[in-house]
Design a protein around this ligand. Structure first.
Ligand SMILES: [Zn+2]
Ligand SMILES: [Zn+2]
Length: 399
């Protein structure tokens, strides 16, 4: 035992872990898992959207339209306005008349959308991957229950039930069932719980088999920060994990996503690309590797802050979480460690440090500890006025 206690096991120490024999090292991959296009209520063609993400430093995108996969014949009518007619002209000009299939009826343009299998070869290479995705979209009265399915293979579609909790659970279960039936890794994630304040904290606490939800979503109607009557998503996150840890359920991880719909008008009343993303530390840019890393918690959510490393070191008696921020000139950072002890009803800030590097050690009295970085830099085109750039690491715990 004495030997064991002094033996430090490095559980995760990245980004400096290399695989032997000259194989590819692990790397960070930037991605947006929640994106809309003309395939549902987004206002742009998938090719234009993929081009935007690929040329803005992303390595993967899940195009997740509502209750549809880009695998059928679908035509879109271009809205009669200069804005959308010019946007179509740009698309036609960029991809050419042999690629774009369209017709004009009384002056109004209709265009056939390209399927994923058609447009995927234009973008995919060693540095860019498209994940087949769907936003399973259901409604109960005025309540909206949306669950993303990443790397889903066949469409799941709207779920029904008599409560929000039941519909949400059925959506999650449908993805897990498809995964089991196909043997292909895929995962559900709960979208924007505070969209119309549809999904409550208790609904999320009661949920089984879910490992991901959106702690940050860039759509203007999602109430990330809550209001006087409803908790914000970050407060919900910790309360969910207090409940999950106390009953031995796998922790809930927090994602940041764009939920982008609007590609031609910009500002806080539009859902624009580039607001929130995940940085995943994976073996390779493949669906299986990305999903394995996400499910291991080897990622962080960001609205602008980039981390140089996250390391978790463990001894039998304690664990430490260390964060290093990739500093930008003229920007300052506050690193906070947030966690809960066994008797706590809510999480607290356990330590707050001004600087670009910090660590926190804890023992098994703590249910979990996570890191949050707040920068002094205003977020360009933010979700909400005066938002600054942030990052959230995933909760870790001492067994
Ligand atoms: Zn949604
Ligand atoms: Zn959405």
């Amino acid at each position: 035992m004495r030997m064991l206690k002094s033996f430090i096991i490095v559980v995760l120490l990245y980004p400096i872990s290399f695989i032997a024999d000259g194989q590819t090292a692990k790397a960070w991959y930037k991605g947006n898992l929640h994106t809309h296009s003309y395939w549902s209520d987004g206002d742009e063609f998938p090719e234009m959207i993929m081009d935007w993400y690929k040329s803005h430093g992303y390595q993967f995108v899940g195009l997740s339209d509502h209750n549809i996969l880009a695998a059928v014949e679908k035509w879109v009518k271009i809205t009669r306005s200069n804005l959308y007619e010019e946007a179509f002209a740009n698309y036609l000009n960029k991809y050419g008349a042999t690629w774009v299939k369209y017709k004009k009826d009384s002056g109004r343009v209709s265009a056939q959308l390209k399927t994923l299998e058609e447009y995927r070869p234009l973008f995919e290479d060693r540095s860019f991957l498209i994940l087949k995705s769907e936003e399973i979209t259901s409604k109960l009265g005025e309540m909206h229950i949306h669950v993303n399915a990443t790397n889903v293979q066949t469409v799941i579609g709207r779920q029904t039930g008599s409560t929000v909790a039941e519909i949400m659970q059925k959506s999650v279960d449908a993805v897990l069932a498809q995964r089991k039936a196909t043997g292909i890794p895929m995962f559900p994630h709960i979208n924007h719980p505070n969209f119309f304040y549809s999904i409550t904290l208790q609904d999320l606490i009661d949920l089984r088999g879910e490992q991901f939800f959106e702690v940050y979503n860039g759509h203007p109607l999602v109430n990330n920060y809550g209001d006087s009557l409803h908790p914000g998503t970050e407060v919900m996150w910790d309360k969910i994990n207090i409940a999950y840890r106390n009953r031995g359920q796998t922790l809930m991880y927090g994602l940041a996503t764009d939920d982008s719909h609007n590609y031609h008008q910009f500002g806080s009343t539009y859902s624009n690309a580039g607001r929130g993303w995940v940085m995943v530390y994976a073996d390779a840019l493949t669906p299986a590797s990305l999903i394995a890393a996400l499910e291991s918690g080897d990622f962080y959510a960001s609205t602008g802050v980039t981390l140089e490393s996250i390391s978790v070191k463990a001894t039998p008696a304690s664990k430490s979480l260390e964060l290093k921020v990739k500093q930008e000139e003229g920007v300052t950072y506050t690193i906070e460690f947030i966690g809960a002890r066994k008797a706590d009803k809510e999480a607290k800030v356990l330590q707050s440090i001004k600087g670009a590097q910090a660590s926190f050690s804890f023992n098994n009295d703590y249910l979990f500890v996570r890191g949050r970085v707040t920068s002094s830099k205003l977020k360009p085109n933010p979700f909400q006025d005066k938002d600054v750039e942030m990052a959230w690491t995933q909760p870790v715990f001492q067994k």
